[in-house]
Design a protein around this ligand. Structure first.
Ligand code: ADP
Ligand code: MG
Length: 263
C-alpha cells in the first residue's frame, strides 16, 4: 500500500491565548514518528485548540510546533485532520468525497486507484457510489478517515473521531484505526473523551488540564504523560491497565470510588 513515512512532532513552549482567556500554556511534547498519542482532558481544557496548533489550523502566540524538524506555518500538506463530525459533502458520493482529500497534483488515474485502495482499507468499497445520507454514522466516519489519508499524511490528527458513534461501532472503529496505522504508517495524535479508548489505542496518554492551585484562566498544561504498557492489539479491560484507568479518571476529576460503582 502506498504510504509516506510517519513524521515526528515537537511542541516547544506552546501557548495560546484568546483575548484575555489563556487556553494553553507552556506545552512541551515530543511525539516520535509512528507513535499514537491520545490526549484527554476535561471539556473546554484546550484539547481541540492543541490539535489545531498541530494541524496548522491555528498558530500559537508563543512557542513552536515542529514537524519532522521543520517549523509549522499554517496548513501543511504533511498533516491531515479529521473531526467528530465527518463533514462530507452531501451531494458527492463516498468515493468522490474521499477524492477531495487527494493532493491537487494527483493524476486522474492515480487518484482513482488511490481512492479505490483507501475505500478498501476502510471497508467502503461496496458503498463507493452512495451519498452521505444513505450511509450510517460509522460509515461516514470511515469515509472521513479515508479522505484524511488520501494525501498520505505523515501526521494524522483526530479530534474525538469516534465520539458521536454508538459504543459497539466505536470499538470496531478503534480496531480499524489500528489496521490503518499498520497499513499506512502515520504519527497519530488523537483527542478522546474515552479513557478506555485512549488505553486501547495509544502508546502514550497525555492528560491536559489546569494546574492545581492556579487560576482557571492560567491555561492548560500537560498534567501528566502516561506510557501504556503492552503491545497492540491489547486486551480490552485488561486488569493490568486498571490502575492506569483509575489514575486517568482521577486526573479527570472522576471518582472511581463512587457508591454507584461499588458492589
Ligand atoms: N477561536 C477561539 N476564540 C476564542 N476562544 C476560543 C477559541 N477557540 C477555543 N476557545 C476557547 O478555548 C477553550 C478551550 O476550547 P477547546 O480547545 O475547544 O477545548 P476542548 O476541545 O478541550 O473541549 C474554551 O474556553 C473555548 O471557548
Ligand atoms: Mg474539543
Amino acid at each position: 500500500m502506498a504510504s509516506s513515512p510517519a513524521l515526528s512532532v515537537t511542541l516547544e513552549g506552546v501557548g495560546r491565548t484568546f483575548g484575555d482567556r489563556r487556553v494553553l500554556r507552556d506545552i512541551e511534547l515530543e511525539i516520535a514518528a509512528g507513535e499514537i498519542v491520545a490526549i484527554i482532558g476535561a471539556s473546554g481544557s484546550g484539547k481541540s485548540t492543541l490539535l489545531r496548533q498541530v494541524g496548522g489550523l491555528d498558530q500559537p502566540d508563543v512557542g513552536t510546533v515542529t514537524i519532522d524538524g521543520t517549523a509549522l506555518r499554517g496548513v501543511d500538506q504533511r498533516t491531515a485532520i479529521a473531526f467528530q463530525e465527518p463533514r462530507l459533502l452531501p451531494w458527492r458520493s463516498v468515493a468522490r468525497n474521499v477524492e477531495v482529500g487527494l493532493p491537487r497534483s494527483t493524476p486522474r488515474a492515480d487518484g482513482r486507484a488511490r481512492v479505490a485502495q483507501l475505500l478498501e482499507l476502510v471497508q467502503l468499497t461496496d458503498a463507493a457510489h452512495l451519498r452521505p445520507r444513505q450511509i450510517s454514522g460509522g460509515m461516514a466516519q470511515r469515509a472521513s478517515l479515508a479522505r484524511a489519508l488520501a494525501r498520505e499524511p505523515g501526521v494524522l490528527v483526530l479530534d474525538e473521531p469516534f465520539g458521536a458513534l454508538d459504543a459497539l461501532t466505536r470499538l470496531t472503529m478503534q480496531d480499524l484505526l489500528l489496521d490503518i496505522h499498520a497499513a499506512e504508517p502515520a504519527t497519530i495524535l488523537l483527542v478522546t473523551h474515552d479513557v478506555d479508548e485512549a488505553l486501547y489505542l495509544a502508546d502514550r496518554v497525555v492528560l491536559l488540564g489546569a494546574e492545581p492551585g492556579y487560576a482557571p484562566n492560567s491555561g492548560a498544561v500537560v498534567r501528566s504523560v502516561i506510557t501504556v504498557p503492552g503491545q497492540r492489539p491489547r486486551d480490552r479491560g485488561s486488569s493490568s491497565l486498571a490502575h492506569l484507568r483509575a489514575q486517568l479518571l482521577d486526573g479527570l476529576g472522576v471518582s472511581t470510588h463512587h457508591p454507584a460503582h461499588t458492589f
